[in-house]
Write a protein that binds this ligand. Structure first.
Ligand code: FES
Length: 378
């Protein structure tokens, strides 16, 4: 065969046999010798290949049932999501091979929602590939604004879309897709209403900390047990004489590490910083009275957006949040003296127990951390 890359060996007949009637770079209208042709011939569309469902009504029926089954799987997934949302406790755990110990609720919600989405997606794709018309449509270039008759035609196409998609001929598809898409909206609404609305009452969780007590009475109210102040992370109790003036301790409530789950969530609300000042340094009487011999405890959770207020300047008695530099005055109820925070850090009233260890004398009297919508209701 001639080598087309080699000008001296070029064989035009062989080349035409090889590439058919397509215009080669060396033929057609030339712009000067060896230039590109001014236009290429339109190669046209590949011939339409009829599918099984186009030729056989039985195959079309089978495809219709397959699509309906996929939409049905989506419905099952959605109903499973609702059951998992309402019936599975959020603190339940399970073992899943490859993932290890996981939250049962999160796992089931994820799996069922994935099933719900997968059913709709797979059903729509299978429908398009087997039953919807697969004829290529050609639209020639035209001025940006369509001609009035084209616009009218477009309206007809849209209105006739249901007919083209065989919705009227195949009501099973219409109802199964309607059911799948209609039910799919429910989990979204349930999450919105359930997480923000009155059912979940997130303000209760935001308003209390582990210092309120982990056990609850018959009315569901926490039982306060004067928990000890424990060093974080050693988890050992603290005696007043172990806290010299100028020192700072990171504290967590007694019993927090005994929790079987949600330790980090509880710790993120209950963390406290403990400092000792000379009692005469206090500006606020309340700050001094809620402490013990100059030792005071404040929430470590910044009231701006919740970073840990971990820096203590012992000469100025200032607590500093490293995130956005909010600064709190320990001598004056930890009021904000600089930065974007708008509220003082809540103080934990402390005393000592019979064995001489520091304990909380009462829970926090206001919610810790950043503000939230329902804060005014407490
Ligand atoms: S989170 Fe503390 S200053 Fe922003």
């Amino acid at each position: 065969m001639a080598d087309a890359n080699h000008p001296s060996d070029y064989d035009a007949d062989a080349y035409e046999r090889e590439v058919g009637t397509a215009v080669s770079l060396d033929t057609g209208d030339h712009v000067g010798d060896g230039g590109l042709p001014e236009r290429f011939e339109n190669p046209g569309l590949p011939a339409h290949q009829p599918r099984m469902a186009d030729l056989d009504d039985g195959a079309a029926k089978r495809a219709e049932r397959q699509v309906a089954t996929l939409f049905g799987i989506s419905v099952v997934g959605t109903l499973g999501f609702l059951v998992a949302y309402f019936a599975v406790p959020t603190d339940a755990r399970m073992f899943f091979p490859g993932l290890g110990d996981v939250s049962t609720s999160n796992f089931l919600l994820g799996v069922t929602l994935a099933l719900s989405l997968l059913g709709i997606g797979a059903g729509a794709i299978h429908w398009a590939k087997t039953l919807m018309p697969d004829v290529e449509e050609i639209e020639l270039r035209h001025p940006m604004r369509s001609a009035p008759e084209d616009r009218e035609k477009f309206g007809d196409i849209v209105l006739g879309g249901g007919e083209t998609a065989q919705l009227t001929r195949r009501p099973l598809l219409k109802y199964s897709m309607g059911g799948a898409l209609g039910l799919f909206a429910i989990p979204l609404l349930v999450q919105l209403v359930g997480s923000l609305g009155p059912f979940d009452q997130p303000f209760r969780r935001l308003a209390t900390t582990f210092w309120d007590g982990h056990e609850v009475d018959g009315d569901g109210n926490p039982i306060f047990v004067r928990p000890r102040l424990m060093r974080d992370p050693q988890n050992t109790p603290v005696r007043p004489e172990e806290v010299p003036i100028g020192s700072v301790f990171h504290i967590q409530p007694e019993g927090l590490l005994d929790l079987e789950s949600h330790i980090l969530e509880e710790k993120a609300k209950a963390s406290v910083v403990l400092m000792r000042l000379n009692p005469s340094d206090f500006v606020s009487e309340k700050a001094r009275d809620w402490g013990y011999e100059g030792i005071v405890a404040y929430s470590k959770i910044c009231t701006h957006v919740g970073c840990p207020v971990g820096l203590y300047e012992q000469h100025t008695h200032h607590l500093l949040c490293p995130c956005h530099q909010s600064t709190f005055d320990v001598t004056d109820d930890c009021k904000v003296i600089f930065g974007p925070a708008k509220r003082a850090l809540p103080q934990l009233k402390i005393t000592v127990d019979d064995e001489g260890y520091l304990v909380a004398d009462q829970p926090f009297q206001e919610p810790v951390g950043p503000s939230f919508w329902e804060r005014e209701r407490l």
